[in-house]
Design a binder for this molecule. Structure first.
Ligand SMILES: *Cc1c(COP(=O)(O)O)cnc(C)c1O
Length: 230
């Protein structure tokens, strides 16, 4: 078995274990393999081990990989910060964008998605750690943004995403995830129809699943450690 196949098996088992602990089905949590900085050949190896859903942070890098993996039925998610001049490439080539924090960006994605593709699935990135330096919208600003995005024709607002500050204990890791889940529940109680909580990475996947994550984004745990980004 390849190292990646082995890692994938370990991560899937951890996912199943956390889901079982939370009395949830493992199928209710999608594993997104974050392949940023790793070459197409590595993604192909993960595909051969049964992984079809991949997350990327850098548009140019992702487009090159997609091109060389065109023969595979992969689903691509954009999870990095979104610059306005990159929205067209994201709208045309990805199935999801997890990191929307501005209406202007969502509006561009909606327009540029065009009429031939199904709406682009999007999540709003929320800052649940109360740190000025972290990206994401403030929890109290989320509803206004969510209502505006939900009205756009070319995108489908699916839910919320967060990257909390690292925390040392399981209990501390769970707090911001619980907060994001609570926010999603509130928005749904107020008429929105959101089904996605994109939260949890290699170091805090278990905490996120215990707090209701429906999509975990795991890089290092599957592919090993990365070189610094370009
Ligand atoms: C890189 C990245 C991940 C994966 O992080 P790991 O710690 O390697 O699992 C998940 N989400 C986002 C937004 C990322 O940028």
């Amino acid at each position: 078995m390849s190292a990646i196949a082995h890692n994938l098996q370990t991560v899937r088992r951890a996912l199943e274990h956390a889901a079982a602990t939370a009395h949830r089905s493992a199928q209710s949590v999608t594993l997104l393999a974050v392949s940023k900085t790793f070459p197409a050949a590595t993604v192909r190896e993960a595909y051969q081990a049964g992984q079809t859903t991949f997350g990327e942070n850098y548009v140019q890098e992702a487009l090159l990989k997609m091109e060389s993996l065109r023969d595979l039925p992969l689903e691509w998610h954009f999870i990095g910060p979104i610059q306005s001049n990159k929205t067209r490439a994201i709208a045309e080539h990805f199935s999801w964008a997890h990191s929307v924090e501005k209406f202007s960006v969502a509006e561009r994605l909606s327009t540029q998605r065009g009429m031939t593709l199904p709406p682009l699935n999007v999540c709003i990135q929320v800052n649940v750690s109360n740190e000025a330096s972290k990206s994401g919208v403030a929890p109290e600003e989320t509803e206004t943004l969510a209502r505006a995005i939900a009205a756009l024709p070319g995108v489908k607002l699916r839910g919320l995403m967060a990257i909390p500050a690292p925390a040392a204990t399981l209990a501390a890791q769970r707090q911001p995830f619980a907060r994001l889940h609570e926010l999603l529940t509130q928005l749904n109680a107020r008429g929105l129809e959101l089904d996605t909580l994109s939260m949890g990475m290699s170091q805090d996947m278990e905490a996120a699943i215990l707090e209701g994550a429906t999509m975990v984004r795991v890089g290092t745990g599957i592919f090993g450690s990365r070189l610094p980004p370009p």
